[in-house]
Design a protein around this ligand. Structure first.
Ligand code: PEP
Ligand code: MN
Length: 360
């Protein structure tokens, strides 16, 4: 009895091996067909051909499996072969580490980002006045921080909320930055504003709401300014990388990625910081990775541990919002920190050893 069982199992094992050999041979053929199609510019997935193959197979079904089961099994085989081609496609993305194993160091003027030291980007949510940005710029200078942020075009949920100061806001940022030898980073929401923005900003920010605004991404791919691209609030890591690919494939290789939290059912934070995105992005891509500790949490009390977690997970930098008087801020009043809080924050970061001491 046990001898008979062993014999039957032996036959099943042999068939498994043959099946695997045949499946592998089939995969190689499909790959070759994929290459021919690519050269001819034909779409790889051909539903009519798939239907013909299934009909042919089912027509020859000797049993004991019923036709639906045979169809299901072969559809799985077809899908596995197509997925194989998708993996190959992923390998060739310009933003992929497989394409470019070394870290990309983005140059913001004379300031390198992603070179191993950690970068802080700080400034108000919105530019509100010359004096407001000046105060923040002065505090950044004191901390040895070079990158000043501030929104002049604000993508607000409600059309009745403060929409930002526009070009005038960019002028204010530029003035404050020049006074303290800082670099300006600001969000642009309209492709036609890119040229104007180049006059004032050192880094173009693309916000979460625009991560899949493909015309804006293409426009950012053509400017001679680095781009700070934020993850969409419902975007997968893969979609995020494809968004970056839009910019890089247009010729602008100077892209920084920023994880800023995604939408979940959790209500105690404004968004849910996807900390695993940090090592995933670092692994998958060669671009510098930031974490926005302000919009991801939406609260001040947990920003320090969140910043430490981000840096420990391998982030190249942190973005945070700082306002001279957050209680009267025209946007994000509940989450920005004031200047003394910012100083304490920076002191705490330096204690971790992850942020270098301020140059005085
Ligand atoms: C911002 O950084 O100013 C901002 C609006 O953030 P997000 O696009 O991530 O919501
Ligand atoms: Mn904000």
């Amino acid at each position: 009895m046990s001898h008979q069982l062993e014999h039957l199992r032996g036959q099943v094992d042999e068939i498994n091996t043959k099946l695997l050999e045949l499946l592998s041979q089939r995969a190689e053929l499909v790959r070759a067909i994929g290459d021919v199609k690519k050269k001819q510019g034909i779409n790889r997935f051909d539903p009519v051909r798939e239907r013909d193959m299934l009909d042919q197979i089912v027509g020859k079904n000797p049993g004991p499996f019923d036709d639906d089961t045979v169809r299901h099994l072969f559809k799985q085989i077809f899908k596995a072969s197509l997925d194989l081609q998708k993996q190959n496609h992923k390998k060739v993305l310009l933003v992929s580490r497989k394409r470019h194993p070394e870290d990309t160091v983005v140059m913001v003027g004379d300031e390198p980002v992603g070179d191993g030291k950690r970068t802080i980007v700080a400034g108000p949510c919105s530019v509100e006045s010359e004096e407001q940005v000046r105060q923040v710029a002065q505090s950044l200078k004191k901390q040895g921080i070079r990158l000043l942020r501030g929104g002049a075009f604000k993508p607000r949920t409600s059309p009745y909320d403060f929409q930002g100061m526009g070009e005038e806001g960019l002028q204010m940022l530029r003035k404050a930055a020049d006074e303290y030898d800082l670099k300006v980073i600001s969000e642009i929401v309209n492709p036609s504003d890119m040229e104007m923005a180049e006059r004032y900003v050192d880094v173009i920010q693309i916000g979460a709401r625009n991560m899949q605004n493909f015309e804006l991404l293409k426009a950012a791919g053509s400017v001679r300014r680095p781009v700070f691209l934020k993850r969409g609030m419902s975007a997968t890591v893969e979609e995020f990388l494809f968004a970056a690919e839009y910019i890089v494939s247009r010729g602008n290789t100077q892209v920084m990625l920023c994880e800023r939290g995604i939408r979940t059912y959790e209500k105690w934070t404004r968004n849910t910081l996807d900390i695993s995105a940090v090592p995933l992005l670092k692994q998958e891509s060669h671009l510098p990775v930031f974490v926005d500790i302000t919009h991801s949490t939406g609260r001040r009390d947990i920003q320090r541990p969140v910043a430490k977690a981000a840096l420990a997970a391998g982030a190249d930098g942190i973005m945070l919002e700082v306002h001279p008087d957050p209680s009267v801020a025209l946007s994000d009043a509940n989450q920005q920190i004031d200047i003394p809080q910012f100083e304490t924050f920076m002191e705490d970061m330096r204690v971790t050893g992850l942020i270098k001491p301020a140059k005085t």
